[in-house]
Write a protein that binds this ligand. Structure first.
Ligand code: GLU
Length: 434
Protein backbone atom coordinates (compact mmCIF):
# COMPACT_ATOMS: atom_id res chain seq x y z
CA UNK A 1 0.00 0.00 0.00
CA UNK A 2 1.15 3.53 -0.79
CA UNK A 3 2.74 5.21 2.22
CA UNK A 4 0.77 8.39 1.47
CA UNK A 5 -2.35 6.64 2.79
CA UNK A 6 -1.83 4.64 5.94
CA UNK A 7 -4.26 1.75 6.50
CA UNK A 8 -6.74 3.05 9.06
CA UNK A 9 -8.86 -0.10 8.92
CA UNK A 10 -12.62 0.22 8.84
CA UNK A 11 -14.99 1.24 11.56
CA UNK A 12 -17.99 0.16 9.56
CA UNK A 13 -17.47 -3.34 8.22
CA UNK A 14 -15.18 -5.07 10.66
CA UNK A 15 -17.09 -4.99 13.94
CA UNK A 16 -18.20 -8.66 13.73
CA UNK A 17 -16.10 -11.76 14.32
CA UNK A 18 -17.40 -13.36 11.12
CA UNK A 19 -16.24 -10.44 8.95
CA UNK A 20 -12.85 -10.31 10.68
CA UNK A 21 -12.45 -14.09 10.35
CA UNK A 22 -13.41 -14.01 6.68
CA UNK A 23 -10.83 -11.27 6.00
CA UNK A 24 -8.12 -12.93 8.14
CA UNK A 25 -8.56 -16.27 6.39
CA UNK A 26 -8.60 -14.55 2.99
CA UNK A 27 -5.40 -12.63 3.83
CA UNK A 28 -3.68 -15.86 4.89
CA UNK A 29 -4.67 -17.44 1.58
CA UNK A 30 -3.59 -14.32 -0.34
CA UNK A 31 -0.13 -14.46 1.27
CA UNK A 32 0.33 -18.16 0.52
CA UNK A 33 -0.67 -17.78 -3.15
CA UNK A 34 1.21 -14.50 -3.63
CA UNK A 35 -1.92 -12.62 -4.70
CA UNK A 36 -1.58 -9.25 -6.44
CA UNK A 37 -1.78 -6.77 -3.52
CA UNK A 38 -4.13 -4.47 -5.44
CA UNK A 39 -6.62 -7.28 -5.97
CA UNK A 40 -6.25 -8.27 -2.33
CA UNK A 41 -7.02 -4.72 -1.23
CA UNK A 42 -10.20 -4.67 -3.34
CA UNK A 43 -11.51 -8.07 -2.20
CA UNK A 44 -11.16 -7.05 1.46
CA UNK A 45 -13.84 -4.40 0.98
CA UNK A 46 -17.52 -5.03 0.20
CA UNK A 47 -18.79 -3.18 -2.88
CA UNK A 48 -21.98 -1.68 -1.47
CA UNK A 49 -24.57 -1.98 1.26
CA UNK A 50 -28.05 -0.76 1.96
CA UNK A 51 -29.38 -0.33 5.50
CA UNK A 52 -33.13 -0.04 5.75
CA UNK A 53 -35.75 0.47 8.45
CA UNK A 54 -38.55 -2.03 8.10
CA UNK A 55 -41.71 -0.93 9.90
CA UNK A 56 -44.57 -3.41 10.29
CA UNK A 57 -47.81 -3.50 12.24
CA UNK A 58 -47.69 -6.36 14.76
CA UNK A 59 -50.74 -8.52 15.45
CA UNK A 60 -51.48 -6.52 18.61
CA UNK A 61 -51.86 -3.33 16.56
CA UNK A 62 -48.58 -1.66 17.55
CA UNK A 63 -45.97 -0.67 14.99
CA UNK A 64 -42.42 -1.96 15.34
CA UNK A 65 -39.42 -0.99 13.24
CA UNK A 66 -36.79 -3.63 12.43
CA UNK A 67 -33.36 -3.02 10.94
CA UNK A 68 -32.59 -4.69 7.61
CA UNK A 69 -29.49 -4.93 5.42
CA UNK A 70 -28.40 -6.06 2.00
CA UNK A 71 -24.69 -6.17 1.16
CA UNK A 72 -23.18 -6.90 -2.24
CA UNK A 73 -19.61 -7.87 -1.59
CA UNK A 74 -18.38 -8.42 -5.15
CA UNK A 75 -20.31 -8.61 -8.43
CA UNK A 76 -17.43 -9.09 -10.87
CA UNK A 77 -18.56 -12.56 -11.97
CA UNK A 78 -22.28 -11.84 -12.21
CA UNK A 79 -25.33 -10.80 -10.19
CA UNK A 80 -25.02 -10.73 -6.42
CA UNK A 81 -26.17 -14.01 -4.85
CA UNK A 82 -26.84 -14.95 -1.26
CA UNK A 83 -29.47 -15.60 1.33
CA UNK A 84 -31.61 -13.46 3.58
CA UNK A 85 -31.12 -14.18 7.27
CA UNK A 86 -33.67 -13.46 10.01
CA UNK A 87 -31.75 -13.62 13.30
CA UNK A 88 -31.50 -11.43 16.40
CA UNK A 89 -27.70 -11.04 16.01
CA UNK A 90 -27.78 -9.81 12.41
CA UNK A 91 -25.86 -6.58 11.81
CA UNK A 92 -24.16 -4.83 8.90
CA UNK A 93 -20.75 -6.35 9.58
CA UNK A 94 -22.07 -9.91 9.94
CA UNK A 95 -24.01 -9.60 6.68
CA UNK A 96 -20.87 -8.20 5.00
CA UNK A 97 -18.78 -11.15 6.23
CA UNK A 98 -21.37 -13.61 4.99
CA UNK A 99 -21.54 -11.75 1.64
CA UNK A 100 -17.77 -12.13 1.30
CA UNK A 101 -18.11 -15.89 1.87
CA UNK A 102 -20.74 -15.97 -0.90
CA UNK A 103 -18.31 -14.26 -3.30
CA UNK A 104 -15.74 -16.92 -2.51
CA UNK A 105 -18.27 -19.76 -2.69
CA UNK A 106 -19.68 -18.79 -6.09
CA UNK A 107 -16.23 -18.26 -7.57
CA UNK A 108 -14.92 -21.56 -6.15
CA UNK A 109 -17.70 -23.68 -7.64
CA UNK A 110 -17.54 -21.83 -10.97
CA UNK A 111 -20.89 -20.04 -10.95
CA UNK A 112 -21.31 -16.81 -12.97
CA UNK A 113 -22.49 -15.06 -9.80
CA UNK A 114 -21.15 -12.58 -7.29
CA UNK A 115 -21.53 -12.57 -3.53
CA UNK A 116 -24.27 -10.86 -1.52
CA UNK A 117 -26.20 -11.36 1.68
CA UNK A 118 -29.14 -9.81 3.44
CA UNK A 119 -30.68 -9.92 6.83
CA UNK A 120 -33.10 -8.53 9.34
CA UNK A 121 -32.32 -8.20 13.01
CA UNK A 122 -35.30 -10.19 14.31
CA UNK A 123 -36.08 -13.42 16.08
CA UNK A 124 -38.01 -15.26 13.36
CA UNK A 125 -39.70 -17.57 15.86
CA UNK A 126 -41.33 -14.55 17.59
CA UNK A 127 -43.21 -13.64 14.40
CA UNK A 128 -46.69 -14.82 13.45
CA UNK A 129 -47.18 -15.84 9.82
CA UNK A 130 -48.84 -12.50 9.11
CA UNK A 131 -46.01 -10.54 10.74
CA UNK A 132 -43.37 -12.60 8.89
CA UNK A 133 -45.16 -11.88 5.62
CA UNK A 134 -45.38 -8.13 6.31
CA UNK A 135 -41.71 -8.02 7.33
CA UNK A 136 -40.53 -9.95 4.27
CA UNK A 137 -42.61 -7.86 1.88
CA UNK A 138 -41.67 -4.47 3.33
CA UNK A 139 -37.99 -5.46 3.46
CA UNK A 140 -38.14 -6.58 -0.18
CA UNK A 141 -39.73 -3.28 -1.16
CA UNK A 142 -37.10 -1.31 0.75
CA UNK A 143 -34.16 -3.09 -0.94
CA UNK A 144 -35.83 -3.55 -4.34
CA UNK A 145 -33.58 -0.97 -6.02
CA UNK A 146 -30.73 -3.47 -5.55
CA UNK A 147 -32.66 -6.58 -6.62
CA UNK A 148 -33.34 -8.16 -9.99
CA UNK A 149 -32.58 -11.35 -11.92
CA UNK A 150 -29.55 -9.63 -13.49
CA UNK A 151 -28.60 -7.65 -10.38
CA UNK A 152 -28.99 -9.44 -7.07
CA UNK A 153 -30.84 -12.67 -6.32
CA UNK A 154 -31.66 -13.57 -2.70
CA UNK A 155 -32.33 -17.06 -1.30
CA UNK A 156 -33.17 -18.61 2.08
CA UNK A 157 -30.74 -18.57 5.00
CA UNK A 158 -31.14 -18.96 8.77
CA UNK A 159 -34.69 -18.07 9.81
CA UNK A 160 -36.16 -17.92 6.29
CA UNK A 161 -37.58 -20.57 3.97
CA UNK A 162 -39.37 -21.17 0.66
CA UNK A 163 -42.48 -19.30 1.88
CA UNK A 164 -40.43 -16.14 2.55
CA UNK A 165 -38.94 -16.47 -0.94
CA UNK A 166 -42.41 -16.72 -2.48
CA UNK A 167 -43.28 -13.41 -0.73
CA UNK A 168 -40.07 -11.83 -2.06
CA UNK A 169 -40.94 -13.01 -5.57
CA UNK A 170 -44.52 -11.76 -5.28
CA UNK A 171 -43.59 -8.35 -3.88
CA UNK A 172 -41.00 -7.74 -6.58
CA UNK A 173 -43.39 -9.03 -9.26
CA UNK A 174 -46.23 -6.79 -8.01
CA UNK A 175 -43.97 -3.76 -8.48
CA UNK A 176 -43.12 -4.85 -12.03
CA UNK A 177 -46.65 -5.88 -12.97
CA UNK A 178 -45.67 -9.39 -14.14
CA UNK A 179 -44.20 -12.56 -12.61
CA UNK A 180 -40.42 -12.40 -12.15
CA UNK A 181 -39.39 -15.81 -10.79
CA UNK A 182 -35.69 -15.13 -11.50
CA UNK A 183 -35.44 -12.48 -8.76
CA UNK A 184 -35.11 -15.05 -6.00
CA UNK A 185 -34.23 -18.74 -5.54
CA UNK A 186 -35.22 -21.36 -3.01
CA UNK A 187 -38.86 -20.76 -4.01
CA UNK A 188 -41.65 -23.34 -3.66
CA UNK A 189 -41.81 -25.63 -6.72
CA UNK A 190 -45.25 -24.18 -7.64
CA UNK A 191 -43.82 -20.68 -8.25
CA UNK A 192 -40.73 -21.74 -10.17
CA UNK A 193 -38.62 -23.49 -7.55
CA UNK A 194 -36.29 -26.35 -8.45
CA UNK A 195 -36.68 -29.94 -7.43
CA UNK A 196 -33.92 -30.84 -5.00
CA UNK A 197 -33.24 -27.23 -3.89
CA UNK A 198 -34.55 -27.79 -0.35
CA UNK A 199 -32.22 -30.78 0.12
CA UNK A 200 -29.31 -29.41 -1.91
CA UNK A 201 -27.16 -27.90 0.86
CA UNK A 202 -27.30 -31.11 2.91
CA UNK A 203 -26.69 -33.32 -0.12
CA UNK A 204 -23.66 -31.20 -0.95
CA UNK A 205 -22.36 -31.66 2.58
CA UNK A 206 -22.63 -35.43 2.20
CA UNK A 207 -21.15 -35.48 -1.33
CA UNK A 208 -18.10 -33.49 -0.20
CA UNK A 209 -17.78 -35.80 2.80
CA UNK A 210 -17.75 -38.78 0.44
CA UNK A 211 -15.14 -37.10 -1.78
CA UNK A 212 -13.02 -36.34 1.29
CA UNK A 213 -13.21 -39.91 2.56
CA UNK A 214 -12.14 -41.23 -0.83
CA UNK A 215 -9.26 -38.77 -0.93
CA UNK A 216 -8.06 -39.46 2.62
CA UNK A 217 -8.19 -43.24 2.07
CA UNK A 218 -6.19 -42.90 -1.16
CA UNK A 219 -3.56 -40.91 0.76
CA UNK A 220 -3.33 -43.52 3.52
CA UNK A 221 -4.93 -41.13 6.05
CA UNK A 222 -7.91 -43.44 6.67
CA UNK A 223 -9.53 -45.78 6.75
CA UNK A 224 -12.80 -43.84 6.62
CA UNK A 225 -16.13 -44.84 5.15
CA UNK A 226 -19.56 -43.31 4.78
CA UNK A 227 -21.47 -46.38 5.95
CA UNK A 228 -22.40 -48.32 9.09
CA UNK A 229 -18.78 -48.29 10.33
CA UNK A 230 -18.88 -44.50 10.66
CA UNK A 231 -20.23 -42.23 13.39
CA UNK A 232 -21.33 -38.60 13.21
CA UNK A 233 -22.51 -35.73 15.39
CA UNK A 234 -24.45 -32.77 14.03
CA UNK A 235 -24.89 -29.32 15.55
CA UNK A 236 -28.10 -27.80 14.20
CA UNK A 237 -31.18 -29.73 13.16
CA UNK A 238 -32.74 -27.26 10.75
CA UNK A 239 -32.71 -26.98 6.97
CA UNK A 240 -29.12 -28.26 6.69
CA UNK A 241 -28.55 -30.51 9.72
CA UNK A 242 -31.74 -32.57 9.64
CA UNK A 243 -31.51 -33.49 5.97
CA UNK A 244 -27.77 -34.19 6.25
CA UNK A 245 -28.63 -36.53 9.15
CA UNK A 246 -31.22 -38.26 6.98
CA UNK A 247 -28.82 -38.61 4.03
CA UNK A 248 -26.09 -40.06 6.25
CA UNK A 249 -28.59 -42.32 8.03
CA UNK A 250 -29.69 -43.61 4.58
CA UNK A 251 -26.06 -44.58 3.97
CA UNK A 252 -25.93 -46.47 7.28
CA UNK A 253 -23.85 -43.89 9.22
CA UNK A 254 -24.63 -43.86 12.95
CA UNK A 255 -25.71 -40.38 13.99
CA UNK A 256 -24.72 -40.43 17.66
CA UNK A 257 -25.83 -36.95 18.70
CA UNK A 258 -27.60 -33.87 17.38
CA UNK A 259 -28.48 -30.50 18.84
CA UNK A 260 -30.61 -27.44 18.15
CA UNK A 261 -30.91 -24.13 20.01
CA UNK A 262 -33.08 -25.69 22.71
CA UNK A 263 -31.24 -28.92 23.49
CA UNK A 264 -29.05 -31.83 22.47
CA UNK A 265 -29.68 -35.59 22.44
CA UNK A 266 -27.36 -38.58 22.32
CA UNK A 267 -27.66 -42.28 21.61
CA UNK A 268 -24.37 -44.17 21.29
CA UNK A 269 -26.07 -46.91 19.24
CA UNK A 270 -27.18 -44.31 16.67
CA UNK A 271 -30.31 -42.15 16.62
CA UNK A 272 -33.42 -43.24 14.74
CA UNK A 273 -33.25 -40.24 12.40
CA UNK A 274 -36.65 -40.58 10.66
CA UNK A 275 -38.33 -40.84 14.08
CA UNK A 276 -36.34 -37.82 15.31
CA UNK A 277 -37.38 -35.76 12.27
CA UNK A 278 -41.01 -36.70 12.90
CA UNK A 279 -40.59 -35.73 16.56
CA UNK A 280 -39.07 -32.32 15.74
CA UNK A 281 -41.80 -31.65 13.15
CA UNK A 282 -44.38 -31.87 15.93
CA UNK A 283 -42.40 -30.49 18.92
CA UNK A 284 -40.22 -27.94 17.19
CA UNK A 285 -37.06 -29.25 18.91
CA UNK A 286 -34.97 -32.39 19.36
CA UNK A 287 -35.15 -31.83 23.12
CA UNK A 288 -37.02 -34.59 24.94
CA UNK A 289 -36.78 -37.10 22.05
CA UNK A 290 -37.69 -40.41 23.70
CA UNK A 291 -35.17 -42.51 21.72
CA UNK A 292 -32.15 -40.75 23.27
CA UNK A 293 -30.66 -39.21 26.38
CA UNK A 294 -30.22 -35.50 27.01
CA UNK A 295 -26.75 -34.05 26.43
CA UNK A 296 -25.40 -30.64 27.51
CA UNK A 297 -25.63 -28.44 24.40
CA UNK A 298 -21.95 -27.69 23.93
CA UNK A 299 -20.93 -31.38 24.15
CA UNK A 300 -22.32 -32.21 20.73
CA UNK A 301 -19.13 -30.63 19.33
CA UNK A 302 -16.85 -32.58 21.65
CA UNK A 303 -17.66 -36.24 20.89
CA UNK A 304 -15.17 -38.74 19.53
CA UNK A 305 -16.85 -39.25 16.15
CA UNK A 306 -15.56 -39.71 12.61
CA UNK A 307 -17.60 -36.82 11.22
CA UNK A 308 -18.62 -33.64 12.97
CA UNK A 309 -21.02 -31.38 11.10
CA UNK A 310 -21.45 -27.90 12.61
CA UNK A 311 -24.61 -26.85 10.73
CA UNK A 312 -25.92 -24.06 12.94
CA UNK A 313 -24.21 -20.72 13.39
CA UNK A 314 -20.81 -19.11 12.85
CA UNK A 315 -18.09 -19.24 15.49
CA UNK A 316 -19.32 -22.54 17.01
CA UNK A 317 -15.75 -23.84 17.33
CA UNK A 318 -13.44 -21.18 18.73
CA UNK A 319 -10.42 -20.85 20.99
CA UNK A 320 -12.50 -21.82 24.05
CA UNK A 321 -13.71 -25.26 22.96
CA UNK A 322 -11.30 -26.25 20.19
CA UNK A 323 -9.08 -28.29 22.51
CA UNK A 324 -12.06 -30.53 23.35
CA UNK A 325 -12.99 -31.28 19.72
CA UNK A 326 -12.20 -34.92 18.95
CA UNK A 327 -13.73 -35.49 15.52
CA UNK A 328 -11.43 -36.59 12.68
CA UNK A 329 -13.24 -34.89 9.82
CA UNK A 330 -15.24 -31.67 10.21
CA UNK A 331 -17.71 -30.76 7.48
CA UNK A 332 -18.65 -27.07 7.71
CA UNK A 333 -22.37 -27.18 7.00
CA UNK A 334 -22.82 -23.66 8.41
CA UNK A 335 -21.06 -20.53 7.17
CA UNK A 336 -17.96 -19.77 9.26
CA UNK A 337 -18.52 -22.28 12.10
CA UNK A 338 -14.77 -22.52 12.86
CA UNK A 339 -12.87 -19.34 13.77
CA UNK A 340 -9.48 -18.60 12.19
CA UNK A 341 -7.69 -19.38 15.50
CA UNK A 342 -9.50 -22.67 16.04
CA UNK A 343 -8.87 -23.71 12.45
CA UNK A 344 -5.10 -23.52 13.01
CA UNK A 345 -5.31 -25.67 16.14
CA UNK A 346 -7.45 -28.30 14.41
CA UNK A 347 -5.25 -28.51 11.34
CA UNK A 348 -2.14 -28.88 13.50
CA UNK A 349 -3.88 -31.82 15.17
CA UNK A 350 -4.44 -33.38 11.74
CA UNK A 351 -8.19 -32.84 11.62
CA UNK A 352 -9.44 -32.68 8.04
CA UNK A 353 -11.73 -29.66 7.55
CA UNK A 354 -14.11 -29.48 4.60
CA UNK A 355 -14.38 -25.68 4.24
CA UNK A 356 -17.80 -24.00 4.22
CA UNK A 357 -17.40 -22.44 0.79
CA UNK A 358 -17.05 -25.97 -0.62
CA UNK A 359 -19.00 -28.03 1.90
CA UNK A 360 -22.24 -26.05 1.96
CA UNK A 361 -22.08 -24.76 -1.64
CA UNK A 362 -24.74 -27.27 -2.72
CA UNK A 363 -27.39 -24.71 -1.78
CA UNK A 364 -26.17 -21.95 -4.05
CA UNK A 365 -25.31 -24.40 -6.82
CA UNK A 366 -28.91 -25.60 -6.99
CA UNK A 367 -30.03 -21.98 -6.58
CA UNK A 368 -28.13 -21.33 -9.78
CA UNK A 369 -29.82 -24.33 -11.41
CA UNK A 370 -33.18 -22.91 -10.28
CA UNK A 371 -32.40 -19.48 -11.73
CA UNK A 372 -31.20 -21.06 -14.97
CA UNK A 373 -34.30 -23.33 -15.23
CA UNK A 374 -36.51 -20.28 -14.56
CA UNK A 375 -34.84 -18.17 -17.27
CA UNK A 376 -35.33 -20.99 -19.78
CA UNK A 377 -38.79 -21.97 -18.44
CA UNK A 378 -37.57 -25.56 -18.69
CA UNK A 379 -37.43 -27.67 -15.55
CA UNK A 380 -35.23 -30.65 -14.79
CA UNK A 381 -35.93 -33.89 -12.93
CA UNK A 382 -34.56 -34.27 -9.41
CA UNK A 383 -32.11 -36.92 -10.68
CA UNK A 384 -30.76 -34.43 -13.20
CA UNK A 385 -30.39 -31.77 -10.48
CA UNK A 386 -28.55 -34.14 -8.15
CA UNK A 387 -26.31 -35.51 -10.89
CA UNK A 388 -25.23 -32.01 -11.94
CA UNK A 389 -24.81 -30.94 -8.32
CA UNK A 390 -22.49 -33.88 -7.77
CA UNK A 391 -20.47 -33.01 -10.88
CA UNK A 392 -20.06 -29.34 -9.94
CA UNK A 393 -18.98 -30.21 -6.40
CA UNK A 394 -16.60 -32.94 -7.55
CA UNK A 395 -14.89 -30.44 -9.88
CA UNK A 396 -14.61 -27.87 -7.07
CA UNK A 397 -13.28 -30.53 -4.68
CA UNK A 398 -10.56 -31.46 -7.18
CA UNK A 399 -9.63 -27.77 -7.53
CA UNK A 400 -9.35 -27.37 -3.75
CA UNK A 401 -7.23 -30.51 -3.42
CA UNK A 402 -5.01 -29.16 -6.22
CA UNK A 403 -4.27 -26.04 -4.13
CA UNK A 404 -4.01 -28.08 -0.90
CA UNK A 405 -1.27 -30.25 -2.38
CA UNK A 406 0.44 -27.52 -4.38
CA UNK A 407 0.76 -25.04 -1.51
CA UNK A 408 0.84 -27.63 1.33
CA UNK A 409 -1.53 -25.43 3.29
CA UNK A 410 -4.73 -26.07 5.23
CA UNK A 411 -7.99 -26.95 3.48
CA UNK A 412 -9.59 -23.59 4.39
CA UNK A 413 -6.75 -21.70 2.76
CA UNK A 414 -6.75 -24.11 -0.19
CA UNK A 415 -10.43 -23.41 -0.87
CA UNK A 416 -9.90 -19.66 -0.65
CA UNK A 417 -6.88 -19.87 -2.95
CA UNK A 418 -8.77 -21.92 -5.55
CA UNK A 419 -11.64 -19.44 -5.38
CA UNK A 420 -9.44 -16.34 -5.49
CA UNK A 421 -7.54 -17.67 -8.51
CA UNK A 422 -10.70 -17.47 -10.61
CA UNK A 423 -12.01 -14.24 -9.12
CA UNK A 424 -8.71 -12.37 -9.31
CA UNK A 425 -8.22 -13.26 -12.98
CA UNK A 426 -11.71 -11.97 -13.76
CA UNK A 427 -11.01 -8.76 -11.82
CA UNK A 428 -7.73 -8.26 -13.64
CA UNK A 429 -9.36 -8.79 -17.04
CA UNK A 430 -12.16 -6.37 -16.25
CA UNK A 431 -9.68 -3.88 -14.85
CA UNK A 432 -10.20 -1.00 -12.48
CA UNK A 433 -12.78 1.60 -13.48
CA UNK A 434 -12.22 4.39 -14.52
N1 GLU B 1 -27.90 -19.09 2.19
C1 GLU B 1 -27.24 -20.11 1.44
C2 GLU B 1 -25.73 -19.96 1.57
O1 GLU B 1 -25.26 -19.41 2.52
C3 GLU B 1 -27.73 -20.17 0.00
C4 GLU B 1 -27.47 -18.94 -0.81
C5 GLU B 1 -28.10 -18.98 -2.19
O2 GLU B 1 -28.63 -20.00 -2.58
O3 GLU B 1 -28.06 -17.94 -2.85
O4 GLU B 1 -24.99 -20.47 0.78
Amino acid sequence: MSNRHSDLGSHLWDSSAIFRNAVTQFEQAATIMGLDPNIKERIKHPKRALIVSVPIRLDDGTVKVFEGYRVQHNITLGPGKGGIRFHPHVNLSEVAGLAMLMTMKCSLVGLPLGGAKGGIRVNASDLSRQEAQALTRRYTMEISSLLGPEKDIPAPDIGTDAQNMAWVMDTYSQQKGYAVPGVVTGKPIEVGGSLGRAESTSRGVVYTLEDSVKYLNAKGRGPFSVDSKATAAIQGFGKVGAIAAQELHDRGVKIIAVSDVQGAVINQRGLDVPALIQYTNSKGTVKGFPGAEALPLEQVLELAVDFLIPAAIDGAIDEHNVSRVKARIIAEGANGPITADAQKVLEEKGVFIIPDILCNAGGVIVSYFEWEQGLQSFFWSEEEVNKRLREVLARAFTKVIGSYEHYRCGMKEAALIASTETLSKAMLYRGLFP
